[in-house]
Design a protein. Structure first.
Length: 434
């Protein structure tokens, strides 16, 4: 998960002035967003786990590439209308639902709902409001909806757009990461099963999550995350940013620093004396004293979150990319974006032992667990010359896992699900059966 922000900010039009309004998304010039007749036919509604303008995560990458194959409506996670009042950094969040055009064939809907949208007792109202917004947004675009692809384990929205296919996108082990998401794991498990019970297809991004859903009676399709190959093709021609000046060689982490991060591995690399570059936002509640001590070391630079377009410059500085994840249920059920993105930049990779990394099945990624082994591999790879042949081999491998290719695979899976004469939903074992 690289620490990049969205590349383009859509031209916006304010929605209703009230906190929820009448349920109609505010639409900028209707003619401009509808385009010519048929422009939005075959629409895929992507209910994303991350805001369009936030860090550029898997859902945003998929939307960008999927929109080259079919029109896409990217739906932000439902937000409280109080969010801008409580968080000054979220001032751009609208006070009412908003539908905008982000790019040709790519629209964005921001659902704005009551306070505490994911709290116990509030998810039903959140789901009802969001279903209304989805229905009216699809009507405003004016096209036939091929599929609703939902990455929301807690909000049932299938059927709101009269879609041909209902797809649940299990990108992570959401229940395993419930505490990190500040959600109740038992309630989330029950809600997720409710969502999946209405799905024609379950897409998963991780072999562990695939096995979990097979055990629950589903037949999931495994399509892991990809990488934006073109964004990193010319990393070595990028200009190194002035805030990343460190004596080479440099080990680096590009991504969020939070409860998923094994801080001890980063501390061990710094203690070894290696230059360490950290690029990405840090959860203020995560080990504040330890992290402050780490970042104050003279051989460590933390530059915070950076826009996606700036990442090639930081990756040019890095010789060895780090995937320092803790051993947790959430991490075992995840598919770290950064692994392939380091390879797309031609960089060496040292990762902790994760099923998604094992699934890639390549010697171009070095797997090591524990501070001693992890640092030993970083030592070895930092001493290895960065040759043109090594860079080419890593980039060739990454190209086999591009987001463009993943979008083609996902679009094909959605099309197959939409052609089924009867819903292919199976009985989902209750939570108590796990």
């Amino acid at each position: 998960m690289l620490a990049g922000a969205g590349a383009r900010g859509p031209a916006r039009a304010d929605g209703p002035a009230g906190p929820v309004g009448d349920g109609s998304p505010g639409v900028e010039q209707a003619g401009a967003i509808r385009g010519q007749a048929g422009t939005w036919d075959g629409l895929i509604v992507l209910c994303a786990a991350n805001d369009f303008d936030g860090m550029k995560m898997g859902d945003r990458h998929l939307a960008d590439h999927l929109s080259r194959l079919a029109p896409v409506l990217y739906v932000d996670p439902p937000r409280s209308w109080l969010t801008p009042l409580r968080d000054p950094a979220a001032a751009a969040v609208p006070r009412g639902p908003r539908l905008t055009l982000a790019a040709p064939g790519l629209a964005r809907l921001t659902p704005v709902v009551q306070p505490g949208p994911s709290r116990r007792g509030a998810t039903g109202l959140t789901s009802a409001l969001t279903r209304r917004y989805l229905r009216r947004a699809a009507a405003a675009l004016g096209g036939q909806v091929d599929a609703v692809v939902s990455g929301w384990p807690q909000y049932p929205v299938f059927g709101s757009c009269r879609e041909r296919a209902r797809v649940y996108w299990a990108k992570d082990d959401f229940v395993g990461g419930a505490s990190l998401l500040r959600l109740n794991p038992r309630l989330l498990a029950a809600r997720e099963r409710q969502v999946v019970a209405g799905a024609d297809l379950v897409l998963v991004a991780n072999p562990v999550v695939a096995a979990t859903w097979r055990e629950r009676g589903m037949d999931p399709v495994l399509i892991p995350f990809g990488t934006d190959v073109d964004a990193y093709r010319d990393v070595d021609r990028a200009v190194p940013p002035p805030d990343a000046r460190l004596p080479p060689p440099v080990a680096g982490l590009v991504g969020r620093i939070n409860g998923r991060t094994d801080l001890g591995l980063l501390e061990a690399i710094a203690e070894r004396g290696h230059s360490l570059l950290l690029v990405g936002p840090k959860d203020p509640a995560f080990e504040p004293a330890r992290f402050e001590s780490l970042r104050r070391r003279p051989n460590v630079r933390w530059v915070g979150a950076k826009p996606f377009e700036a990442l090639p410059g930081y990756l040019k500085v890095i010789d060895v990319g780090l995937v320092p994840y803790r051993d947790s249920a959430f991490n075992r059920g995840s598919c770290p974006l950064k692994t392939l993105e380091y390879l797309a930049a031609g960089r060496a990779v040292v990762a902790t032992d994760l099923p998604a990394v094992r699934w890639l099945d390549t010697g171009l990624i070095t797997i090591a667990s524990g501070p001693r082994a992890f640092v030993a591999e970083v030592d070895r790879l930092l001493a290895e010359p960065l040759t043109a042949s090594l860079v080419a081999a890593r980039q060739r491998f990454a190209a086999r896992h591009s987001w463009a290719g993943r979008a083609v695979d996902i679009h094909a899976a959605i099309s197959r699900a939409g052609r089924r004469p009867e819903p292919a939903r199976k009985h989902i074992l209750p939570a108590s059966a796990d």
